[in-house]
Design a binder for this molecule. Sequence first.
Ligand SMILES: [Zn+2]
Length: 379
Amino acid sequence: MPELPEVETVVRDLRGLVVDAEITGVRVSWLKTLRSQDPDAFARAVVGRTIIGTSRRAKLVVLDLDDGQAITIHLKMTGQLFVVSSGVMEDPYIRLILSFADGRELWFRDIRKFGRVGVARRDGPAGDLRGELGGDKGFKGFGPEPLDAAFTARVFRKGIRGRKGRLKPLLLDQGFLAGVGNIYADEALWAARLHPLRSASTLRPADEGRLYREIRRILAEAVERRGSSIDDYTAPEGDGSMQEQLKVYQRAGEPCFRCGRPIRRIVVGARSTHFCSWCQRLPARDKPGAAAILRGMEPRTGAAPVIRTGPRWTEIGGGDGSLGTPTGSTRRAAGSQASRAERTKRAAATRRAAARAATGARPDTARSDGRPVEPGRAS
Ligand SMILES: [Zn+2]
C-alpha cells in the first residue's frame, strides 16, 4: 500500500500535470469509490472548478480547488492516478474520471476497489482540511507529519511518552504519526535497532532519539527515490526505486545486513512484520506478552530459511501411489518458493507496465523486466 513517500511522489508528479486544469466533467464507474457514494453531489462540487494546487496529508492526495474545497484521494492498496489525453482506451479498472477543459483526463485506476475519493473543505488557503473524511473526527484525527519542520524530536518525545502499546502498531497508528505504513515502520525499527513488539513505555531517551532520526531519514530517502514500487504502486511519471534499498521488508529468511542472521517475519495486528531478532532485542519485561506472537515466527531456526512450500513428501501419494523423498522434495520446494516470489514481483511489474501502456503514459523504464528487487545484495 502506498505510504507517505509514494503518495508524496504522486502529489509532486500531479502538480505539473493538473494545476490550472479546469474540471468540466466527472464519470464514476464504481460508486463506492466515492466516499459520499453520490456522483451528482460530487459533480456539483467539482465541475466548473479549477485545480489550484496539489498536496498531501497523511496518505491522502489532495487536489485544492479554486473555491476553497479540495478533492481527497486515498489510493489504499492498488489505487493509481494517470493523466491522459482524451480518446485513450480505458481498461476495466478505471473507477473515476475527471475531464479537463483542455481535453485531458485524470484517471483513478484501482484494481482492488479499496481506494476512496472525497471532497473536503479548507480553512483558509493553507488551513486544515475538514469535511467528508472520517466523520466528526475528520482530518483532525491525523497525527503530525513526520517530515514537517514542526515535527521536532521534542514533539516526537512528547507524543511517544505515555503511549502504552507496542512499537509496530504504534507507528502504523495514523493518529500517532501520519503517513507511516508497514514498509517504513519495519525499516525504521530495524535501523533504530528496536524490536517491533517492544512496548513504547520501555524506550530510553537514546532509543527515542534514534527512532525519531531513523523515521525521518528513511522517509526522506524514500521520497528522494520516488517511493517503493512494490505491488501495484506507480506514479504518474513512473516507478520509484526505494524497493532496492529496503533492509528488512519482505526479506524473511535472507541475511540481516548488519549481523548476517536471517530476517524474521511475524504477524502483528494482521500485518506482516520483518525484523532481526539479534539486532532488535526484546527487553525481558516485554517477552511474556510477546510469546504468543513470536511462536508464529518464520523462519524459526538456523541461517538457511526453512520454507514450507508445496506438498510434503508424506502428503504426496494419491494418484500413482509414489512418494517423493524428504530431501528431494525439500530442495525442490525451496526452489519453487524462490521463483514464486520472483514471479509475484514480475507479475506486479507487468501489471504496472500494463497500466502505463493502457493509459499511454510514459513507459515503465526500470522495473518492467521482472528483475529481482535486490540483485546482488545478499552477499
Ligand atoms: Zn541483524
